[in-house]
Each structure stands twice: as C-alpha cells, then as structure tokens.
Ligand binder design. Structure first.
Ligand code: 6GU
Length: 255
C-alpha cells in the first residue's frame, strides 16, 4: 500500500520509522511518502493560512498550496487517484471498520491541517474526482491532524497482509467483526503464575479450552458493561446466549 502525507510538519511522522510500521516499510509492504505543504507556498514567508471569511477566531488553510500539493502528489501515481483522508474533529468517526476499508485500498493520501482547518473548496474540488473522507479520531480537539494521521496509519498498517506476526491477532481485536464483535477484550496474563501475591485466574492454567473461552467471554462482557455502555446497548440480543444473559443480569443489566 502506498500512503502519502502532506503536512507543514513532516517531522511529526518520525514514529512511522519505528516498530511494526517501520518494519512494514523496510519490507516494502507500506510505502509512506511525506511532503512539506510549504513547498507549494510561493510568497517569501511561505504562507499557508489566512483569516476566515465571515470572521471568527483562528486561521484557515489557503486552498492554493493544498491544490498544488495534491496535484503534484496525484501526478506521481497511477491514473486511479488515491482515497483522500482529511483529518478533522468534525469528520465521521474513525473505527475499526473504516481501518479495514482503508487497508483494502491501494493508495491513501492524508492531508492533516493545523489552525481551524482547510478551505472547504479543496474537499469539493477533489471530491469530484475521488473519494474524500473527512474523519475524526474521537470527541476531543487536537492542535492539528498529524497525530490523528499517526493513529490511522498505525491502525491501517497493522491490518496489511504480512505486517502482524500472528495473523490471528487482528481477527481477535476488540471491534473486529466476528463472534466477539462489539465486546471489549478482557484482561490478559503471562508468567509467573503468582506475582506480588496476585494470582493468574485458575481457569487460564487449566488447559480446558472450552472453559477458557467461556471465561474470556464473561470478562469481555464485564469489561464492556463497566467501560462502554454504548457498546453494551448496541449488542444484538440474538448474539447473547443463556449464560451471557444471566451474567448481565448479575451485573445489573437485565435484558
Ligand atoms: Cl482528525 N484533528 C484534530 N485537530 N482534532 C481531532 C481530530 C482530528 N480527531 C479528534 N480530534
């Protein structure tokens, strides 16, 4: 997969050299190309922002440099343009579903903005030629879209074939489609069996795969009920067995 990122802070993406994503790049699974937006600003100060029409606080990113930068990136690739992802707290929520959708694309272009965002005509211009998604990563405001791009590239990159050592690790993720969809993963343990007086739950040492699976599902339900009432409410009742319903009742959530 090819990933282009246009930003006024390309140095923000140094973490993409490291760990899982760094390894994927070394191995040629992921081709990340960084671009300095100011290379397409032509005044002496290389200005990329201006005051908002209609007034109000903050600055808006000018369409000119973005248009030239995006055109230049598009010209270096195949005729089929990339999917363009514009990070913004006002976008649709980034979810595991969207990460999986992006992982199936051959080419992504991220356009992280600073200030109050990018002049909306840039999204209109490229939206007529390719898919342009305005995407946010949560209900809080960051100083710019760069960290959101790091989040998305990591979530997408680990789904690419050959990136995870164990292909099952992505299948079992919280939020991954499947039997445990919409349940959070429960607690995990490793050796030693006792640490500072805390013991590993007996069942995990039993070797009884059926009991272990049932225990893990109980813990997933407990954690989901404790931390994410929104996910609990969204559970399909048909996905709950008799044991699930009894546990939820014990936890104070009668179906
Ligand atoms: Cl994508 N950008 C910014 N600046 N803040 C955010 C965000 C994005 N997602 C959540 N908060």
């Amino acid at each position: 997969m090819r990933v282009d990122i246009i930003s006024i802070f390309p140095e923000y993406f140094a973490p993409l050299d490291v760990s899982l994503i760094g390894k994927a790049r070394e191995r040629g699974i992921l081709d990340v190309r960084l671009h300095q937006l100011r290379d397409w600003a032509h005044d002496v100060h290389r200005t990329v922002d201006d005051t908002p029409y209609g007034g109000g606080p903050g600055m808006v990113m000018k369409p000119g440099p973005w248009g030239e930068a995006i055109d230049a990136v598009l010209a270096t690739g195949p005729a089929e343009p990339p999917r363009i992802i514009v990070p913004t707290p006002s976008g649709v929520p980034f979810t595991q579903r969207l990460a999986m959708e992006y992982a199936a694309e051959p080419w992504l272009l991220f356009t992280p903005a600073r200030y109050e965002g990018i002049d909306s005509r840039v999204m209109a211009e490229y939206g007529a030629r390719t898919r342009v998604d305005e995407v946010g990563i949560g209900d809080y405001v960051l100083a710019g879209g760069e960290v959101a791009v790091l989040v998305m590239v990591e979530a997408v990159g680990r789904l690419l074939p050959g990136v995870l050592g164990n292909a099952r690790s992505a299948v079992d993720d919280s939020f991954a489609p499947g039997a445990m969809e919409n349940l959070l993963e429960g607690p995990v343990y490793t050796k030693p069996p006792e640490w500072r007086g805390h013991e590993v739950p007996e069942v995990l040492l039993s070797g009884h795969h059926g009991k272990i699976a049932r225990w893990r599902r109980d813990e997933a339900l407990r954690r989901t009920a404790g931390n994410r009432l929104d996910l609990l409410a969204a559970l399909d009742p048909a996905s709950l067995d008799e044991h699930d319903r009894r546990l939820l009742k014990e936890l104070g959530f009668p179906s």
